[in-house]
Design a protein around this ligand. Structure first.
Ligand code: PLP
Length: 425
């Protein structure tokens, strides 16, 4: 369907272009320096967790169920930390290793271990010739960077409103033994905000991979990050596996990065008994035990899943108005022009924006000229290559509401101007 600019007569379009150029000039002179590029919590959000810093002092009891947090031991993490992590993702504590402060770091180490040592007694990935990973796109750029770094071929898979296109996934996974994994963000996906439907989760659980060392990398980064209403329900992938009679198929990851402090939270991985035993062995060559003081602070602060949900409700109070402002500004600025669509998620950290074909790079560069930094166009695609150059990831959590409002005004003008220029071309 032609957009509003494409429907204009030549003289209407030149008048529009002149008007939009004037608007852009008036924004340029403001010398703005605004950032909607990365999914970071705002300073008000991280402040919510500062009381955690007061919970451990030099006279604190550092015992957790018989484990001393101030010494080596408990390589799978503190008992209370494992219980909390397990409750949040709905698995048994014995199926969780809490390790380190970054889930991305864990994902990297799991990929690295498969690459150098193999999975389940199979040859290391590095000794199997060219191998592939499936990358639902748009997706999380740092996932794609991990596999690309090991020379693994990242293959884009279309994302739908209920998860990845499972016909495409099934075909690749069941017919091609060089496909070793898939990156998934099953709840409030980065950047679309999509939560996988039960049907999609079940389809994942029923996969019969051609490669015995194929695994699903289930990055449940936003499992508790609802900011609107009741939020989305995600089926528990391990329940789906049990239903399907499948084992050794999923590594699930999560962290408190955007619950407490990014970079200083606690991260964990959950998997089948056999897969977890293999990871335990790999981790044991990397360190004696994880950082348990931070784990202790986290469990004393957050306590249990109910504590986490209450804490996330306070995050939601700060985040929800920002996401509402995105919807309001985009609808008001672009709603009647038919030149763009965007997602309206119930949780997570992003809005995924689709402009006219061939527009995204130019919008991002024009917005930068006008003082607004956005995620580079194409970043949510493997190798940074958005085949249609339409997708832009909007990250509204970090700026203040006033800054966000200005940034969105700039973004709307940039989209309109680029759309008008494309229509005139
Ligand atoms: N996974 C996803 C989908 C993310 O969006 C992010 C951060 O933006 C991370 C993982 C990083 O998590 P961590 O800080 O625990 O490594």
């Amino acid at each position: 369907m032609p957009n509003a600019f494409q429907k204009m007569t030549d003289s209407e379009l030149s008048a529009q272009l002149a008007d939009l150029d004037r608007q852009a000039d008036s924004l340029r002179v403001l010398g703005l320096k605004l950032d909607m590029a990365r999914g970071r919590p705002s300073p008000e959000q991280t402040a919510l967790s500062r009381p955690m810093l007061d919970l451990l002092g030099s006279d604190s009891d550092l015992d957790d169920q018989g484990v001393a947090a101030d010494n080596y031991g408990a390589p799978d993490g503190l008992p209370s930390a494992r219980a909390l992590a397990a409750e949040l993702v709905g698995v048994e504590p014995s199926h969780v290793i809490v390790n380190g402060s970054s889930s991305l770091n864990l994902m990297h180490d799991v990929v690295c271990n498969a690459y150098t040592h193999g999975i389940g007694g199979n040859k290391p990935w590095c000794a199997q010739g060219p191998i592939k990973f499936l990358c639902p796109a748009p997706g999380y750029d740092r996932h794609f960077t991990v596999t690309a770094r090991y020379g693994i071929q990242n293959v884009p898979v279309p994302m739908r409103t209920d998860g990845p296109d499972m016909d495409v996934v099934r075909r690749y996974v069941e017919e091609d033994a060089s496909v070793k994994g898939i990156w998934c963000v099953p709840k409030y996906a980065n950047p679309t905000g999509v939560t996988y439907s039960d049907e999609v989760v079940r389809a994942f659980a029923h996969l019969k991979p051609a490669a015995p060392d194929f695994r699903i990398f289930w990055d449940n980064a936003y499992v508790v990050h609802t900011f609107k209403g009741e939020g989305d329900e995600l089926m528990n992938v391990f329940d789906a596996l049990a239903e399907a009679g499948s084992v050794d198929l999923v590594y699930e990851f999560a962290s408190t990065a955007k619950v407490t402090f990014p970079g200083s939270g606690m991260a964990w991985v959950s998997a089948s008994a056999a897969d977890l035993a293999e990871l335990r062995q790999a981790f044991s060559s990397m360190r004696v035990c994880p950082e348990k003081i931070s784990q202790l602070a986290h469990v004393r602060f957050l306590r249990d899943a109910a504590g986490v949900h209450a804490h996330m409700a306070r995050h939601a109070e700060l985040i929800a108005p920002r996401f509402a402002l995105v919807q309001e500004k985009l609808s008001r600025g672009l709603g009647k022009l038919d030149c763009a669509t965007w997602t309206d998620p119930n949780g997570g950290y992003f809005v995924s924006f689709e402009g006219p074909e061939g527009s995204a790079k130019e919008v991002v560069s024009l917005a930068a000229e006008l003082g607004v930094k956005l995620t580079p166009a194409g970043a949510p695609w493997p190798y940074g290559e958005d085949p249609r150059d339409t997708n832009i990831r909007i990250a509204p959590t970090y700026p203040s509401l006033d800054e966000l409002s200005q940034a969105l005004d700039v973004f709307v003008v940039a989209v309109k101007l680029v759309s008008a220029r494309l229509a005139a071309a």
